[in-house]
Ligand binder design. Structure first.
Ligand code: DGJ
Length: 684
């Protein structure tokens, strides 16, 4: 059977004529309607020449390549015997199901192409006497012209640092062994035509929808194939099958419009798969405001200030539970600390509700402090035992133990039943750091979250892992938001959000205005720059507002009002990042789906390369319309070096055809480093 899936300008052609495992003939640009005859002529014409010093048959790269059929690169199923197709079906026009077997081993491969052109693939292996799956993966061919690689590294508070290089012969393999994706998560591995940018070039990318250990790779073989691979990383012996094992989904996406084209497909697909989110409330998170210094009096003052600026959700961070006076103790003892909260959390919740906000609470359910009643009562529940190495003074609770799992579920259930908690900030501050535990721990986490969501359907959960250490499409089925990073320093956040946004839409990324002096970096940031940075996400405040002046609160209040006014655009629009000549100057924005309205930011990171920078171009507009562009100043005017602004800015607005705005652009303000200015762009 030859299968041609096509959607939104993408085609995927599979040769599943068997008996060999199916091969991907094409994944990329749409090929148009192909008749059965054309498809079969195309498949026949795809057979390459037979090169010397290779098998005595033309190279054939299947979806499950093995040594036996001539693939000596990284295998999809290590150790698998030669599989043969037993059945191919198309459960729907956009999906394919391939069944394969070899002796007692059976493998089912599911392939789906979404209406947005996003491809998903996974395998299920059914148990067989002698076969224990190693790390199963999806291997997808891409054309050899996709020779430039882009993925990510990162560390705590500096997540998603892009790294680019040419792909040479051999494999570029990224493995993560944190028991979560980690701060250095490769995240989305991209291969593109040389020099691909946000707005140009052909790009192929893979992501693994999984929150445990994983491997992503790009490989170029001497035989001439280039592939992208993705799969769960299993330790030797980790997977003992007593039932079928299904791999996580590999999500794969192609674009001929650069990285923004990938984002557009991914964002629209992610949005289409979720129930529409309620308008994302402006959050105040207490962490950098009070840390562990909890009292009703102090937090009431903070709630007063939060309500004054228009905050809609008040989140009580770490420090509220029994004995948690610092980060060295008490994880696992999930009852309210009566020393600081003698009447429980209800008095604070009443304060919060009376001021028109809903209430959120921090939890770290997968962890246990050695100094906790829980660890004293159940040392056997600690993963690796009580003498395992601590990290942030804490250990991992072995959630694969039914008793430990039930304890946590019961405690969380009791809290959520006792208090009206709209939102949980679900943290995870250390690596699992135990060989062979990541799969069962991640599976238990998913079960736990799913059960809580079943019991409390209105509950929202944020995935936080010491900042942005667990941001993936696996956990996204269970959570409503990600904490992109522990740093609220706007300069770092510009880059972190820019790149985290490549995969995740902005409404899912928490983005808070921090204090003038950023707590993690010590850098002082202008209010306007901080506000402009936090606007492009699920916005919030992480700053002790009781220390602000009335003028500052008025400016923050104006920003909150703008966020509320433009929420539908910010959280439903197309993310665009204009290409420019200077990496220190960013132009990015959000364009409404009907392209009638947009909001852009011009951002300077550090000193630019030229006194008068390149014009800023407004990407993603409707080429058949004209637009009026106006500056939007929030938090006070940005600092500039100019003796006089460009005349169009001095005039306060300009109306021009989209062709001019997109292709030629407008002269920008001469912003000093770490400044931003916003522009509203509205069709006339
Ligand atoms: C790490 C998180 O990322 C922070 O935002 C904060 O919640 C602390 N943990 C609390 O311990």
């Amino acid at each position: 059977m030859l299968i041609h899936l096509t959607a939104a300008g993408t085609s995927f052609v599979l040769d599943a004529r068997g008996p060999r495992p199916p091969a991907v003939l094409h994944w990329g640009a749409a090929l148009g309607e192909l008749s059965d005859q054309e498809l079969s002529a195309y498949a026949d014409a795809s057979v390459p020449a037979n090169p010397p010093s290779s098998l005595d048959a033309p190279p054939y790269l299947s979806l499950l390549p093995t040594l036996g059929d001539g693939w000596n690169g990284r295998p999809a199923i290590p150790g698998a015997p030669l599989l043969e197709v037993t059945d191919v079906s198309q459960p729907s026009p956009g999906s394919v199901l391939v069944r394969l077997s070899a002796g007692e081993l059976s493998v089912t491969t599911e392939i789906e192409l979404s209406a947005q052109g996003v491809l998903r693939l996974r395998h299920t292996v059914a148990p067989s006497g002698s076969f224990e799956p190693g790390s199963l993966a999806v291997v997808l061919p891409v054309p050899a012209r996709a020779s430039e690689l882009l993925d990510f590294g990162g560390i705590w508070a500096y997540e998603r640092k892009p790294q680019r290089s040419p792909l040479r012969t051999g494999a570029w393999v990224r493995e993560t062994r944190h028991g979560k994706p980690g701060h250095d998560d490769p995240y989305l591995m991209m291969l593109g035509t040389p020099g691909f940018t946000f707005r140009s070039g052909e790009v192929w990318a893979v992501h693994l929808a999984w929150s445990g250990d994983k491997q992503l790779w790009a490989e170029k073989s001497a035989l001439g194939s280039t592939v992208l691979g993705a799969g769960e990383l299993l330790a030797p012996g980790e997977m003992r099958l007593d039932g079928p094992y299904t791999t996580p989904w590999t999500v794969a996406v192609w674009s001929d419009q650069g990285i923004d084209g990938l984002s557009e497909r991914l964002h629209t697909w992610i949005r289409s798969r979720r129930a529409p989110l309620k308008p994302r409330p402006v959050v105040l998170n207490t962490w950098e405001a009070v840390y562990f210094d909890h009292s009703l009096e102090r937090l009431t003052a903070l709630a007063d200030a939060a309500a004054e600026v228009g905050v809609e959700r008040f989140v009580l961070d770490d420090g509220w539970f029994r004995g948690r006076t610092d980060d060295r103790r008490a994880l696992g003892d999930w009852t309210v600390d009566t020393a600081r909260w003698p009447d429980g959390l209800q008095p604070l919740i009443d304060v919060v509700h009376a001021r028109g906000m809903d209430f959120g609470l921090w939890l770290e359910p997968e962890m246990i402090s050695p100094d906790s009643d829980l660890a004293r009562a159940h040392p056997d529940w600690i993963l690796g035992g009580p003498s395992a190495a601590t990290w942030r003074h804490q250990l991992v609770l072995d959630l694969s133990r039914p008793a430990a799992y039930t304890y946590v579920l019961d405690r969380l259930d009791a809290l959520l039943a006792e208090y009206p908690i709209a939102y949980v900030k679900w943290d995870h501050n250390r690596d699992v750091a135990q060989d062979g535990a990541a799969h069962r721990q991640t599976s238990a986490l998913y079960r736990l979250m799913a059960e809580l969501k079943r019991r409390f359907p209105a509950l929202e959960i944020e995935s936080c892992a010491a900042g942005g250490g667990r941001i993936d499409l696996g956990i996204l089925d269970l959570v409503d938001r990600f904490w992109a990073s522990d740093t609220n320093d706007a300069l770092e956040r510009q880059q972190i959000q820019r790149w985290t946004n490549v995969l995740m839409p902005p409404e899912l990324l928490g983005s808070h205005v921090g204090a003038p002096v950023a707590h993690i970096t010590g850098r002082t940031g202008a209010l306007g720059f901080r506000l402009a940075t936090s606007l492009f996400g699920h916005a919030g405040v992480e700053w002790d507002l009781t220390t602000t002046t009335a003028d500052e609160r008025a400016l923050i209040g104006e920003w909150v009002a703008e966020y509320k006014k433009r929420r539908a655009l910010l959280h439903g629009g197309t993310v665009v990042r204009s290409d420019g000549d200077d990496p220190e100057r960013l132009v990015h924005g959000v364009v409404s789906p009907d392209r009638r309205t947009a909001l852009f930011a011009l951002v300077t990171l550090r000193a630019g390369a030229a006194a008068v920078p390149e014009r800023m171009r407004f990407a993603g507009l409707d080429p058949d319309r004209s637009y009026v562009v106006r500056p939007l100043v929030l938090g006070g005017p940005p600092r500039t070096t100019q003796d006089a602004p460009p005349p169009w800015l001095a005039d306060g607005e300009v109306t021009l055809p989209a062709s001019v705005l997109m292709r030629v652009g407008l002269p920008p303000s001469l912003l000093t480093p770490e400044q931003a200015i916003l522009f509203t762009v509205d069709a006339i």
